[in-house]
Ligand binder design. Structure first.
Ligand code: MN
Length: 291
């Protein structure tokens, strides 16, 4: 198999706030001036790098807002997020947990720091990805997958190198619990210093990684620091990572959807007409109710 080369290593772009609770670096699409097609089916990635929020009596976050046409995937590395949606789902995303919300035909939700975490404050570190849906699934029923630590499968790397946690897709023979609408791999490699892992995805799958903790070497020659994002070329199947110190690396790879994207704010559809329809449906209250 051919080595997949690095297209670019992206340092964290200047952060901005989403609501008052998420201080994020936007890597997809704006971090490397990508368009939303470059990493399809991953059309958005916000990264709240490790940040200490002070204690607050009032939970910080984002109030009620809609989504249609895609999935939001929230990974909590530090701190806790509380979530409520108009389909009646709610929950807490704790450290090491993942929430996979399929907005599809339309949902309202709100995302806040969990109440007890708000009161004490502390280290907060999250990733939110938007995974696009194939055109045929954009108007399917909303759903919700809450992945606890126990439900995330693990591959133990040889030589005490660490583990690969498989959220979606597959690593070696281990399959992830999350169900997806198109082929998506989402994995956390947790490596001990000196530990190595190899990854193999079809070359046409759009592929990237984000260094959550520590620092790594990619393909035995490129050093990548904490909070940096690596976008790979589509020129080979395989890459390797090696931990220069204890490291956590989020790896994402997916089959491109190759469908037109029409996006406006929280709506991502295929045509401008469908965006107009989404705004209209939202204004008419067809996304349900949430206070
Ligand atoms: Mn949202």
């Amino acid at each position: 198999m051919k080595t997949r080369s690095i297209e670019v290593i992206v340092p964290p772009p200047a952060p901005h706030y989403v609501g008052d609770g998420f201080r994020v670096h936007n890597f997809i699409p704006s971090g490397y001036h990508l368009d939303m097609q470059r990493m399809t089916p991953f059309i958005m990635m916000d990264y709240n790098a490790k940040f200490i929020f002070p204690p607050s009596e009032h939970p910080k976050g984002v109030g009620v807002h809609p989504h249609r046409g895609f999935e939001t995937v929230t990974l909590a590395y530090k701190g806790k997020v509380a979530h409520h949606d108009s389909a009646g789902n709610s929950g807490i995303i704790g450290e090491g947990e993942v929430q996979w919300m399929t907005a599809a035909s339309g949902i309202l939700h709100k995302e806040y720091h969990e109440e007890a975490f708000s009161k004490t404050g502390g280290e907060f570190q999250m990733v939110q990805l938007w995974v696009n849906l194939p055109a045929k699934d954009k108007m399917s029923k909303p759903k919700y997958q809450g992945l606890t630590r126990e439900s995330i499968s693990k591959f133990n790397l040889p030589d005490n190198a660490g583990v690969v946690e498989v959220i979606a897709g597959q690593y070696k023979e281990v399959k992830g619990a999350a169900s997806t609408f198109s082929p998506v791999h989402l994995q956390n490699a947790k490596l001990n210093k000196g530990g190595k892992a190899d990854f193999h995805f079809p070359s046409h799958y759009n592929t990237a990684l984000l260094v959550i903790e520590g620092s790594i070497k990619v393909n035995e020659n490129e050093a990548v620091e904490t909070d940096h994002f690596v976008l790979f070329e589509n020129d080979g199947e395989s890459f390797t990572i090696e931990a220069l110190e204890n490291a956590v690396v989020l790896v994402l790879s997916g089959e491109p959807l190759n469908e037109p994207i029409a996006a406006q704010g929280p709506f991502v559809m295929n045509t401008r007409q469908e965006i107009v329809q989404a705004i209209d449906d939202y204004n008419q209250g067809k996304f349900g109710y949430l206070d």
